[in-house]
Design a protein around this ligand. Structure first.
Ligand SMILES: Cc1cc2nc3c(=O)[nH]c(=O)nc-3n(C[C@H](O)[C@H](O)[C@H](O)COP(=O)(O)O)c2cc1C
Length: 136
């Protein structure tokens, strides 16, 4: 089982309908590709983990990278995992709020309110810890 984690910047501040449209495509596509994961959104930035077969993850990441609804993708982590961390989600989703920022380990150190903050990019292990915290 392979996984990858990235952060990106949304092309604009996303409304509920736009986020749901992204999620709907992702979920049907990921179900077909046997990909699971979690997508977080906060103030115009995304953080996403994808897990599945190496080939499927690679193809999905390439497609996602060409999507004009975001840009500036930064690959934080990729590697192997014994078993899925997000087995129940074709793509879990959360909008991250102020309370989450106080309570999720690692998110306290984010200064500019976005997942592309150096606090995350320079300490990529924080991203996986945070994503797992939403997997309750
Ligand atoms: C933030 C973000 C996350 C996305 N996550 C996924 C995903 O997990 N799986 C997926 O297949 N597509 C995802 N997409 C959508 C892809 O970019 C793409 O639109 C979709 O896979 C359909 O690709 P196609 O039009 O080339 O068939 C995401 C898009 C954005 C903006």
């Amino acid at each position: 089982m392979h996984y990858l984690v990235y952060v990106s910047t949304a092309s604009h501040l996303m409304n509920e309908a736009e986020l749901m449209a992204i999620l709907e495509t992702s979920r049907s596509r990921n179900t077909a590709d046997n990909i699971t994961g979690m997508l977080l959104y906060k103030d115009g930035s995304f953080m996403q983990v994808l897990e599945g077969r190496a080939e499927n993850i690679k193809n999905a990441y390439e497609r996602i990278g060409k999507d004009h609804r975001h840009d500036g993708l930064i690959l934080l982590r990729k590697g192997k995992t014994e078993k899925r961390n997000f087995p129940g989600w074709s793509m879990g989703f959360r909008t991250v709020n102020a309370e989450d920022m106080e309570n999720i380990p690692g998110f306290q150190s984010i200064k500019d309110g976005r997942f592309t903050d150096p606090a995350i990019v320079e300490n990529p292990h924080i991203a996986m810890t945070a994503l797992k915290a939403f997997n309750a």
